[in-house]
Write a protein that binds this ligand. Structure first.
Ligand SMILES: Nc1ncnc2c1ncn2[C@@H]1O[C@H](COP(=O)(O)OP(=O)(O)OP(=O)(O)O)[C@@H](O)[C@H]1O
Length: 766
């Protein structure tokens, strides 16, 4: 061990010692605080003077109560902080820092030695920083510069100087296992080490090796919309998550995890990334998928075909009648032309055409649909539709109240009253006592009145609540009418067929995925929807899969948000993305765009292969990590196919690969592969409901593998029969780019034409 190494090891031990001292001190404090809180809760009322006789006494009582409550809250806050600090120390203990920079600030006598870790640590006197949090302003030097002139931004301005040393460490259980002085990029050696490991079933944080261009994404504070176009495996998701951690640190007094939301591609991905932020000492933000959001909004009124259903259909139903019409429908409904069509329709509805539902009770009309229509259109047309809806709803509630009163004396109420059980009586009795203490329950008339009121009220509650939710508007009929327009704003291919298909589905209460966004958009235009003001940072991962319409819809829902949009145009796999403008190419005002070209996930050999699958692939730079070339095996029948795959899985396991994915094109193919392989190998099948994945061999369709990675990937059937359409290029590319260390392609029959541009040197054909 050389001297420098020894010195650094001593520093680790010194820091561990400081941590130990702090932990002991904190435990003492925490014990005292906890005891204090329990005591204070017990004696809370003893220390409060309660006297409500005179107005002055009431004020005094209130003040005394307030003081006592504040004292308790303060103690609880301090307790919470100490507890968090304790957890932070715990995280630092085994690996206190991962980086060091010696920075000589201009005008200073000597360089300062800055150690960087996952959290800050002060010395025992709380005077000097022993470790700087990776998110502190000075830590940006570590990510942005190599030794030489360097500068960093602080709230009070730019600090300039020279970086004299940049060092990286791998520390495990308090022992330095590796130490590298680095040059231009952050630790090729450290990155090699990190990326060479096995794939994880949970994503890891990358704070020790964040690359310069990723750092720009993480620390971007100015842009209203930040767009990241990054090639497969370039660290988009990683950067997004570290960015969340950075924002929570940078704005810790004003921003919390409740103000941040991430839209991710599927539930499996949600669980894959769920541990990154807690590992960094931050709480997770709200995570959802666009589909989950739509489902919550639509409730159970329709049977909703989700995006995965649509994907299966697009990839498997080519020979079914109506396929082309469906494709036209998917594409048209994803575009801004359709949004314009809806806007035009809404304008028209402002003066005529809204369809309402009759409100009735026990078969009798309370307010007819015609009367609602008449009332609505009698309102001043300069009032917006949502505001007129509100006025109509207020009017309806009054009408309903009138009817409610009339109902109380009807026969059905008497019948129902007779059937009431003891508890209902008791409830009514209590209610009467509370409100009319001079009366008694012997008063039979009064008793009936109260019971009748309560019975009718229970029934009318549902009606009132439905009216408050605007359910008197016949949304389904209004949306359906959109497809009876004979002269649409633009004439998409096959408009008549689109109309027929949509109306047929809606009549059967089926909501196709392509209809969900337009439907909810139209509903929001008519009913008005309060925009979400809680969320201040919205992250959209895998943004290439969102249609322009969906993006506009999201913008409208989160108008005050800053957005970070991350994706890869080459991984756009949904039917609506074909030939459609991508979000990632939009440049609305206030947008900044960052392009990531370097791929970290896969070995150089795998990247050299996958870049040949897409146009423009030559701009992808592989990270220099070596492995074996991808292997292609062509077979003639399923028996040979399964035999070869079994052999391959066996070999991969022997080599120590822990996560092996057999990726199929569709769920249908995945099911067939599973049925064929399950007896000979311990395989697991993952479907769209899977929300976590474990080590082992899994079979899944490519669209569910989005965003995640595996030690080894086996492409189940890369034949031209399976991947024979240009449209499937991006799906195939996405599947292949999930591999970290090994990629094996099997093909039943001739390999896919999508490999035509791949150099023969880039893979081995067996
Ligand atoms: N700076 C880095 N240091 C260490 N590992 C990194 C770094 N950047 C990316 N990686 C690793 O590269 C892999 C790919 O990262 P990530 O999943 O974030 O990429 P992505 O661009 O979202 O990929 P894709 O679009 O293909 O889903 C992950 O294993 C991640 O940990």
């Amino acid at each position: 061990m050389n001297k420098e190494w020894e010195k650094e090891q001593q520093r680790v031990e010194f820091i561990q010692d400081v941590i130990d001292q702090k932990v002991v001190h904190l435990h003492e404090n925490l014990g005292g605080l906890k005891g204090g809180i329990i005591e204070l809760r017990k004696t809370f009322w003893e220390d409060v003077t309660v006297n409500l006789d005179e107005p002055d006494d009431v004020i005094e009582t209130f003040t005394s109560l307030k003081q006592q409550a504040e004292l308790l809250a303060e103690r609880e806050r301090t307790h919470g902080q100490s507890y968090r600090f304790l957890k932070q120390l715990d995280r630092l203990k085994n690996s206190p820092f991962f980086g060091r920079i010696d920075f000589h600030e201009d005008g200073e006598k000597s360089a300062e030695c800055i150690y960087i870790g996952v959290a800050s640590l002060m010395d025992v006197h709380d005077e000097e920083f022993l470790i700087y949090d990776w998110r502190a302003p000075i830590s940006s030097l570590y990510y942005d510069y190599s030794p030489g002139p360097a500068e960093y931004n602080t709230p009070s301005g730019m600090i300039e100087g020279t970086m004299e040393l940049k060092r990286q460490y791998i520390i495990k259980n308090g022992k330095i296992m590796g130490m590298f002085d680095t040059g231009v990029t952050i630790g090729d050696s450290l990155l090699q080490e990190v990326l060479g490991g096995t794939a994880n079933t949970q994503m890891k944080s990358i704070v020790a090796t964040i690359q310069r261009e990723q750092n720009h994404i993480i620390r971007n504070e100015k842009s209203k919309i930040l767009i990241v176009q990054g090639v497969a495996g370039s660290g988009k998701t990683s950067a997004a998550l570290q960015r969340v951690a950075y924002l929570l640190y940078r704005y810790r007094n004003t921003l919390s995890s409740d103000n941040i939301m991430l839209f991710s591609p599927n539930p499996l991905f949600n669980s894959y990334v769920a541990t990154v932020l807690p590992e960094l000492g931050e709480e997770n933000m709200e995570q959802t998928t666009y589909q989950q959001y739509l489902n919550t909004r639509l409730g159970s009124q329709f049977s909703v075909d989700d995006s995965f259903f649509q994907m299966e259909y697009t990839l498997t139903a080519m020979d079914e009648p109506g396929y082309d019409a469906k494709m036209n429908s998917i594409r048209y409904k994803a575009g801004l032309d359709f949004k314009k069509q809806i806007d035009r329709y809404v304008e028209e509805l402002s003066s005529k055409g809204l369809i309402f539902k009759t409100i009735s009770f026990r078969g009798e009309t309370i307010v007819s649909a015609q009367d609602i229509t008449k009332y609505f259109y009698s309102l001043d047309p300069s009032i917006s539709i949502p505001n007129r809806m509100k006025l109509t709803s207020d009017w309806l509630l009054k009408e309903i109240n009138k009817q409610e009163k009339l109902e109380r004396s009807k026969e059905w109420v008497l019948n129902e009253a007779e059937l009431l059980d003891k508890n209902d009586y008791l409830e009514a009795f209590q209610h009467m006592q509370k409100n009319h203490d001079e009366e008694t329950f012997d008063d039979a008339d009064r008793e009936f009145q109260i019971l009748a009121k309560s019975i009718v009220n229970k029934h009318f509650k549902k009606i009132r609540s439905a009216v408050k939710q605007n359910r008197f508007l016949n949304m389904k009929a209004v949306y359906k009418k959109l497809f009876t327009i004979k002269d649409p704003f633009t004439w998409p291919n096959g408009w008549e067929e689109i109309c027929d298909e949509t109306i047929k589905n809606l009549n059967a209460n089926i909501m196709s995925y392509e209809d969900t966004t337009p439907y909810l958009y139209l509903q929001d235009q008519l009913e008005g929807r309060k925009s979400n003001t809680l969320i201040r940072h919205l992250f959209i991962d895998e943004a290439q899969d969102y249609s322009p319409f969906q993006f506009e819809f999201l913008k409208q829902l989160f108008p005050h948000c800053k957005m970070t949009i991350l994706g890869d145009v080459n991984q756009a796999i949904y039917a609506h993305t074909v030939d459609a403008p991508s979000l990632l190419n939009l440049e609305p005002e206030g947008t900044e765009k960052i392009v990531l070209r370097r791929s970290y996930r896969s070995t150089k050999q795998i990247v050299d292969f996958t870049k040949g699958l897409i146009s423009g692939g030559e701009m992808i730079e592989p990270f220099n990590r070596d492995g074996e070339k991808p292997i292609l095996i062509e077979v003639n029948d399923t028996v040979a196919l399964h035999g070869k795959i079994e052999e391959c899985v066996h070999r991969l396991k022997e080599k120590g690969h822990e996560t092996i994915a057999i990726i199929c094109k569709t769920m249908k193919e995945s099911q067939a592969a599973y049925d064929a392989l399950k007896t000979s190998s311990p395989v697991r099948l993952m479907d769209k409901n899977a929300n976590s994945y474990e080590k082992g061999i899994i079979i899944l369709p490519a669209y569910l593998a989005k965003g995640i990675e595996f030690d080894a990937v086996i492409i189940y059937n890369a034949s031209n029969e399976q991947y024979g359409r240009e449209y499937e290029r991006k799906l195939f590319y996405t599947a292949c780019t999930r591999a970290m260390h090994e990629l094996h392609l099997f093909s039943m029959g001739k390999r896919t034409f999508l490999m035509e541009e791949v150099s023969e040197d880039a893979y081995i054909q067996e």
